[in-house]
Design a protein around this ligand. Structure first.
Ligand code: GRF
Length: 217
């Protein structure tokens, strides 16, 4: 099997990055992580990646000031030098210009800690609690120019408990993120994702009729 070459872009802790690296260690996984790139020199995930034997690089956005495209061109150079085919945004806290998004259209995915299209942006767990939803979760989607939009490849849900705080909810959602991100990457790398009219069709999954009802009634 020829594995797809993947770069993971991070800005911080890198727990989703670690989940991707762990999944990609499996011989049957259709992608391999060839580079971890951070826009922040102090991102904790950089050390984690190095510990796992993955090459890391920093392209510090601060160096480029307001010239977002110059920052992106610097990243693009690194990605091309590593012959990267797919990009995973794992807690990467910069928005891209259309120039960069266009270059990676259909080949760049992001993990968002909410069931999109609900709760875009930051503090999603706080947003979910404030809204009083009973089911919350995470989504993996293609990156498009609009923030937290783009065709959804995979979602995972958790029940919201009456006594949840943002911290307890975040912890359960994070566990789901660590499952759906590698799963979505595997589907994409294996060529099983097709976008039709803005919706992802996943080849080889029978339409599940499973219901998820919270509270169970
Ligand atoms: C995750 O919750 C991810 O969904 C969001 O930022 C957080 C990053 O966490 N985009 P980590 O760096 O992967 O631990």
């Amino acid at each position: 099997m020829i594995k797809k070459r993947v770069a993971v872009l991070i800005s911080g802790r890198g727990s989703n990055m670690a989940a991707l690296i762990a999944a990609a260690k499996d011989e049957s996984f259709p992608a391999t992580v060839v580079l971890v790139l951070s826009n922040r020199p102090g991102a904790a995930g950089l050390a984690t990646a190095r510990d796992r034997g993955i090459e890391t690089m920093v392209v510090d956005h601060a160096v480029y000031g307001r010239d977002r495209e110059a920052f992106e061109r610097a990243m693009q150079e690194r990605l091309e030098a590593h012959r990267v085919e797919l990009v995973c945004l794992a807690g990467f806290m910069r928005l891209f210009t259309p120039w960069f998004v266009h270059r990676w259209q259909g080949r760049m995915i992001n993990i968002h800690p909410a069931l999109l299209p609900a709760f875009k942006g930051l503090q999603t767990h706080q947003q979910a609690l404030a809204a009083g939803v009973k089911i919350h979760g995470a989504s993996v989607h293609f990156v498009v120019s609009d923030m937290d939009a783009g065709p959804i490849i995979a979602q995972g849900a958790v029940a919201v408990r009456d006594d949840d705080t943002t911290a307890t909810l975040a912890e359960r959602v994070l566990a789901i993120e660590h499952r759906i991100f590698p799963a979505a990457l595997a589907l994409l790398a294996a060529g099983r994702v097709t976008v039709v009219d803005g919706r992802c069709r996943i080849e080889g999954t029978g339409g599940s009729s499973g219901h998820l009802i919270v509270p169970e009634i």
